[in-house]
Design a protein around this ligand. Structure first.
Ligand SMILES: C[C@@H](O)CC(=O)SCCNC(=O)CCNC(=O)[C@H](O)C(C)(C)COP(=O)(O)OP(=O)(O)OC[C@H]1O[C@@H](n2cnc3c(N)ncnc32)[C@H](O)[C@@H]1OP(=O)(O)O
Length: 706
């Protein structure tokens, strides 16, 4: 087997241990490396001429990306995973116990087990590259740092800061890592190895005394204080996870046990919890999302067709969506954008949107003011069709008015090049209808973003029958440059995400009209695992937007999409939601707690009844979403269960710990789903009729994933 580690001796007496896993773009840690590393350590210990060790990666722009997640997938029992953790503990302890200085030279991704490897070294120096990130993201995979991170990190940077890193999985940039005391120095990549060698030669200095505030001394220096930190952390975690994610609590327990008793106990608890988490359904679901998104990055969206370059973009409409689209195009894709709006107000909104995003980056020291100004300079504005002859792509983000979009198609074909792609951000209109106005329909495509654009990772790329493969591939590549996760969906009203969301929201409205209170509905779906409840979501998106989309979906997709009468009454009372400060909730009051606007019940002629069991409330809404998701697969709106899962998770926050609607349905089983839908059908009507595909699967026992 080709070696993953090489040891080279410098004249200075420093040994450089280079990790470079053959055939991989990233170094990851595997159990099979254990004997190789121990062999290297034995060689180092037996060679008296070696005065120190530097550990460095042979990969460009990455140190070690953590344990090999595929290796974790291969664990069939908690015991298997526990043994992996214990092996890691032994190897890292042997490294840490070397009597000569060991320095980690970090450039690029240093994550998970990779950072745990670096923490077992006596000192750490990293490059100032923007590729260098340090973190323990295991919690995002439903895991915890199983290579000693729960014990070494708090002892290095303090309990509170270590918990913050491990409970959020945040990745630190070099300067942040230096300030935290995670690394001892930050240098240009060109002198990284040289600096690490000098550090090793200088001998392992005692870790720099971190600046410890009085509050930290009081809190972390006493058992009572430490318990306050742990109890507070537990409270915050439970509020955020609603008990749906086991890893955070276990992370807190590892740190508590290790800092209360000793590191040996802490490592024992870490291995135990790590093993249990690796085989948990939540972690299996979260790991599947990682692999799904990694696989998707390799897909062009149009087979072997290569994308064309997009060097200049025009955005039509400087409103909320247009401003967001223009902003991510300049700040993320770093592509020049020309924003056109009929009013200067719209143009200033787009500029302000971009500036606000960039100002945040400067405030967080992610960029310098000069970088901010250079990126701002990429955005220009106009109220005319000027300076866009060379635009490679035009993204329209105007009102959902077909005639207006037709006019824009004609304008763009007149004013731009024959190659220019016309991408519509429509949220519901079939792209085929928009393309009816085009002389070059092959250049027309849907590119549906979700609000807020800079935060929501998903975009739907919607191809109509005449859209060319090159247009698809170019649009997918453009979205990826904006930092988005694109799924290619088939043309049809509501596409995928809004289509499954609409029925979910309608069922919540039905429950409201049956007398369930607004906040009870929201709490039930948040408890189920959604980031916000349906009533809050409607207020945020806009009740008027929902009311506009519903009739389009009903006309195109059928009776089951008929929205309950609630919307009309709310709009008659000028309730649009947050946008006009009047919706299901109160706005503008200074109260910290979000309060229901009780007057909404009067508008709907309702008196809230006794609230149903939250799980039953959630099930009715979710069943609607699941059934429609299967219909979308059946009709080819989505090309795979994987895309359906990623679309629902990244587009509407479907609970990630369930793996997405299709993995969740596999866990429930088609038979159970059909029985439940039929029960609801008999009680609430034909909108719950199980789709044909589910009925077939119930009979055959088939699953969406083999
Ligand atoms: C011991 C315990 O503490 C347990 C752990 O360490 S759990 C693992 C913790 N680490 C992570 O969660 C990091 C996961 N990886 C990433 O976040 C990203 O890959 C990256 C930020 C490191 C790099 O991102 P990017 O530049 O976009 O590259 P890709 O994501 O496309 O990845 C390139 C290839 O590397 C493979 N890969 C990356 N990390 C891992 C990993 N931890 N395990 C297995 N494979 C990994 C990825 O699948 C890509 O492989 P391909 O063959 O090139 O498709």
């Amino acid at each position: 087997m080709e070696k993953s580690f090489t040891l080279s001796r410098l004249d200075s007496g420093i040994a450089v241990l280079t990790m470079d896993v053959p055939g991989e773009t990233m170094n990851t840690l595997r159990a099979e490396f254990g004997p190789e590393i121990c062999e290297m350590l034995a060689e180092i210990k037996s060679d008296a001429s070696i005065r120190g060790v530097v550990i460095i990666s042979g990969k460009k722009d990455s140190f070690v990306a953590g344990a090999d997640i595929s290796m974790l997938d291969a664990c069939s029992t908690a015991g298997d995973a526990r043994e992996l953790s214990k092996q890691g503990h032994e190897v890292f302890f042997a490294l840490e116990s070397l009597t000569i200085p060991v320095v980690a030279a970090i450039n690029g991704a240093c994550l998970g087990g990779g950072l745990e490897l670096a923490l077992a070294c006596h000192q750490r120096v990293c490059s100032d590259s923007n590729k260098t990130m340090l973190g323990l993201p295991e919690v995002q995979l439903g895991l915890l740092p199983g290579g000693g991170g729960t014990q070494r990190l708090p002892r290095l940077v303090g309990i509170a800061k270590a918990l913050d890193m491990m409970l959020t999985g945040k990745q630190l940039r070099p300067k942040q890592a230096l300030k935290l005391g995670l690394v001892d120095d930050v240098v240009p990549e060109s002198i990284l190895l040289q600096t690490a060698v000098e550090m090793a030669l200088a001998g392992a200095r005692p870790a720099k005394k971190r600046k410890v505030s009085l509050v930290e001394k009081l809190l972390e220096g006493t058992p009572v204080g430490r318990n306050i930190i742990f109890d507070q952390a537990l409270k915050q975690v439970n509020k955020k996870t609603q008990g749906n994610y086991p890893a955070p609590e276990k992370i807190i327990d590892c740190v508590r046990q290790g800092m209360t008793k000793d590191m040996v106990k802490g490592l024992e608890v870490e291995a135990q919890h790590f093993g249990d988490l690796v085989v948990s359904s939540e972690s299996e679901a979260l790991r599947s999302i990682f692999f799904a998104t990694t696989d998707m990055k390799k897909e062009s969206g149009a087979g072997d067709v290569s994308p064309k370059a997009v060097n200049k973009v025009m955005v039509l409409g400087g409103g909320l969506m247009g401003g967001g689209i223009a902003s991510v195009t300049t700040t993320k894709a770093k592509i020049p954008v020309r924003v056109k709006d009929i009013s200067e107000t719209g143009l200033s909104n787009a500029l302000a949107y971009a500036y606000k995003l960039l100002a945040k980056g400067v405030k967080r020291r992610h960029m310098t003011p000069a970088v901010r100004d250079n990126l701002m300079a990429l955005m220009t504005t106009t109220t005319e069709y000027k300076g866009i002859k060379d635009a490679d792509m035009v993204v329209e983000a105007v009102f959902e008015d077909l005639n207006l979009k037709h006019q824009m198609v004609k304008d763009v074909e007149r004013e731009c090049g024959e190659h220019t792609i016309f991408a519509s951000n429509t949220s519901s209109l079939p792209i085929k209808q928009i393309a009816e106005a085009a002389e070059r329909p092959e250049n027309v495509i849907g590119l549906h973003y979700f609000s807020p654009v800079e935060k929501m990772p998903l975009v739907e790329v919607i191809a109509h029958e005449k859209t060319s493969p090159q247009t698809i591939a170019t649009t997918v590549a453009f979205a990826r440059k904006q930092g988005k996760t694109p799924i290619v969906v088939k043309d049809g009203a509501g596409f995928y995400v809004n289509r499954i969301l609409a029925l979910y929201m309608n069922e919540a409205a039905n429950l409201l009209l049956e007398g369930q209170s607004v906040d009870h509905l929201d709490k039930a779906l948040v408890k189920f695992g959604f980031p916000v409840g349906p009533m809050t979501l409607l207020d945020e998106v806009g009740i008027d937007v929902g009311a506009k989309i519903s009739p389009i979906l009903e006309k195109e997709l059928g009776e089951r999409f008929k929205a309950p009468a609630a919307f009309d009454k709310l709009l008659a009372d000028d309730r649009k939601g947050r946008k006009n400060g009047k919706g299901f909730y109160q706005y503008g009051n200074k109260a910290k707690k979000k309060l229901v606007d009780e007057s909404v019940y009067g508008v709907l002629g309702l008196t809230p009844a006794t609230d149903k069991e939250p799980r039953a409330v959630a099930e009715r809404c979710v069943m609607q979403m699941l059934n429609e998701a299967v219909r979308c697969l059946e009709e080819g709106i989505i090309s795979s269960p994987r895309d359906g899962d990623i679309g629902a998770i990244f587009g509407i926050g479907f609970p990630p710990f369930l793996g997405g609607p299709f993995r969740y349905m596999d866990s429930l089983g088609a038979k159970h789903l059909v029985e439940t839908l039929k029960r609801y059908q008999s009680e609430f009507g034909d909108r719950f009729t199980p789709c044909d595909r589910l009925v077939e699967m119930a009979e055959s026992g088939a699953k969406f994933y083999d």
